[in-house]
Design a protein around this ligand. Structure first.
Ligand code: ATP
Ligand code: MG
Length: 452
C-alpha cells in the first residue's frame, strides 16, 4: 500500500517534470494539419472561456494567434480541471494536450488538454466589450494586450524593418543624433524646453541638422529617433512625442530626394504586406490595396493643388497652408501617395533651397498618403548659401549663436544635399487605416496625457 503510494508520488513527480519539459510551441505552430494527433504544449493568456457539462472551452491567445483548448473532466487530473473552471479572462496558463481538427474552433483546430496549469490567476479584467475611449486610454497598459493593438504594433515593426533594410541595401549608414539640443529646426512654438544643468535646452524636433553634419563623412545617413513637438491643438494626426525616420544625403537634389522617398515608402509597405497580411486583415485593411503602392508617385505643384482645392470649393489662395482638411480633399480619391512640391517660402522653414524657376517657392516636397490620410513626409533640398541662411534666421528673430556650428558646415567643402523626415506613426495610421494617430503607438503622449 505504502509502496503503491510512493510509486504514485514518483509517477506524479515525473509527470510534472514531463509537463515542464515538453517543448512549448507558439499557437501559430500548433494550428496546422500536420500537428493533428500530436501531443503539444502551449502557453498564453485566456482570451475567453465558458464551461458546459463538465467541459471547459477556453480560447488562449499568445503573440501569434488564438487557439481553443478543451478541458474535459476526467481527461485531466481533478486539480487541473478545478483550476480550469476558475481561470478567468487574462489568466496565464500552460497546457499540454493533443491537437484535433474542429471546424467550429477559431483557426479550425483545438487542443484537447491532458494537463492544465494555472500560472498566474487574473482578477476580474477591467476591460469588457464596450468601453469609452477615455477609459481605454486610462487602461492603456492593459488595452495594449488587445488583438488590434498587437496587430498594429507588429505592422509598425515590419514597416520600420522594411525601411531599415531599404536604407542598408542602398548604402546608407544609421547614425545616432542627440535628443537634447540647442537648435530649433521647425516651429519655435512647439519646442519643449528643459532645464539642462544651469541652462536651457530643448527636446529634439528633428535630427536634420545633425544628419546634415554627418554627410561630410558618410554621404548617405539616416536615423530613427523620437521627435518632440508641443502640439497644443488636439488633432487626430499630431502626437507630442513621435518616432521620426529621417534621411540626409550628399549630392542629391530635390528630384533625387523624392525618388528616395517613393522607393523607401514602397519598400516599407511591401515588407508589411508580405509579413503581416493576417494582421492587416484583422484591422480590416485589404492587403490588395496596399500592393498598388509602387513608384513613381505623382508630383503636383503647390499652385496646382490650390487650383484643385478651389475647384472643390475650398476657400484657399496662394499662401494658404495645407491642413488636414485640404490634404484630405487632395488625396481622398487616390490609391497611391502623391507629392505636393514647391511651397511658398513663408510656409516652410529657413533651411530649404530656393527654387530657381520660381523664387517665391522652395525646392521642397510633402508626401501625402492616399485615401484622405495626408502628410507623412516633409522633405527638401537644403540651402547651401550661408548669407541666405543668416538673412532668414535674422528675419525670424533667431540669435545666430546656437547656429554657428550649423553655418560652419557650409564653410568647409559644402555640397548640394537633400533630406526628409517621415513620421512613423503617420505611415502606420495610413497603412493600418486607423482613425487616430494615438493608436499607432503603445503610449501616446498628447497635450492631455502622460499617464500611464
Ligand atoms: P504637420 O503640418 O502635419 O504638422 P509638419 O510640417 O510640422 O507636419 P515636419 O516638420 O515636416 O512636419 O516633420 C516631418 C514629418 O514628421 C511630417 O511629415 C509628419 O509625418 C511627422 N510629424 C510632424 N509632426 C508630427 C506630430 N506632432 N506627430 C506625429 N508626426 C508628426
Ligand atoms: Mg507641424
Amino acid at each position: 500500500m505504502e509502496l503503491d503510494k510512493s510509486i504514485a508520488a514518483v509517477a506524479k513527480g515525473l509527470y510534472a517534470v514531463v509537463l515542464f519539459c515538453i517543448q512549448m510551441q507558439s499557437i501559430k505552430e500548433v494550428l496546422s494539419k500536420d500537428q493533428v494527433g500530436k501531443k503539444v504544449g502551449v502557453r498564453g493568456w485566456i482570451y475567453r472561456t465558458r464551461s458546459s457539462g463538465g467541459i471547459v472551452f477556453a480560447v488562449l491567445r499568445d503573440s501569434t494567434g488564438l487557439v481553443q483548448v478543451t478541458v474535459k473532466k476526467g481527461a485531466v487530473p481533478d486539480a487541473d480541471f478545478e483550476s480550469s473552471t476558475k481561470a478567468g479572462i487574462e489568466s496565464s496558463v500552460e497546457i499540454e494536450g493533443e491537437v484535433a481538427e474542429d471546424k467550429r474552433a477559431p483557426g479550425g483546430y483545438e487542443v484537447r488538454a491532458s494537463r492544465f496549469k494555472l500560472v498566474g490567476a487574473s482578477e476580474a479584467f477591467p476591460i469588457t466589450e464596450y468601453q469609452s475611449t477615455e477609459l481605454l486610454l486610462d487602461l492603456r497598459h492593459l488595452w495594449i494586450r488587445s488583438r488590434e493593438q498587437t496587430a498594429v504594433t507588429k505592422i509598425k515593426a515590419s514597416l520600420v524593418r522594411g525601411g531599415r533594410e531599404w536604407f542598408h541595401d542602398n548604402g546608407y549608414t544609421e547614425v545616432n543624433p542627440p535628443i537634447v539640443t540647442g537648435v530649433c529646426p521647425e516651429d519655435s512654438t512647439t519646442l519643449f524646453q528643459l532645464k539642462y544643468f544651469d541652462r536651457i535646452a530643448y527636446l529634439s524636433q528633428s535630427a536634420q541638422f545633425y544628419l546634415e553634419s554627418l554627410i561630410y563623412s558618410l554621404e548617405k545617413v539616416y536615423a530613427i529617433t523620437p521627435s518632440f513637438r508641443a502640439e497644443k491643438s488636439r488633432t487626430p494626426r499630431h502626437l507630442a512625442e513621435y518616432w521620426h525616420m529621417e534621411m540626409e544625403a550628399a549630392w542629391v537634389d530635390n528630384d533625387g530626394n523624392m525618388k528616395v522617398q517613393e522607393e523607401l515608402v514602397s519598400a516599407m509597405v511591401r515588407n508589411a504586406v508580405s509579413e503581416c497580411s493576417d494582421e492587416l486583415k484583422l484591422l480590416k485593411r485589404d492587403p490588395a490595396t496596399l500592393k498598388k503602392i509602387e513608384p513613381p508617385f505623382d508630383r503636383m505643384k503647390y499652385e496646382e493643388a490650390m487650383e484643385f482645392l478651389q475647384k472643390k470649393g475650398h476657400d484657399v489662395s496662394w499662401g494658404s497652408d495645407l491642413g488636414a482638411v485640404e490634404e484630405r480633399t487632395l488625396t481622398v480619391d487616390r490609391e497611391v501617395p502623391v507629392f505636393v512640391i514647391n511651397y511658398p517660402k513663408e510656409l516652410k522653414p529657413f533651411y530649404m533651397k530656393e527654387n530657381p524657376e520660381d523664387s517665391r517657392t522652395y525646392k521642397n516636397s510633402d508626401m501625402l498618403a492616399p485615401e484622405g490620410f495626408g502628410e507623412i513626409i516633409g522633405g527638401s533640398e537644403r540651402e547651401t548659401d550661408n548669407a541666405l541662411i543668416i538673412e532668414r534666421l535674422r528675419d525670424k528673430g533667431e540669435s545666430l549663436d546656437s547656429y554657428q556650428w550649423y553655418l560652419d558646415l557650409r564653410k568647409y567643402g559644402s555640397v548640394p544635399h537633400s533630406g526628409f523626415g517621415l513620421g512613423i506613426e503617420r505611415i502606420v495610421t495610413w497603412v493600418c487605416k486607423l482613425e487616430h494617430i494615438r493608436d499607432a503607438i503603445p503610449y501616446p503622449r498628447t497635450v492631455a496625457r502622460v499617464y500611464p
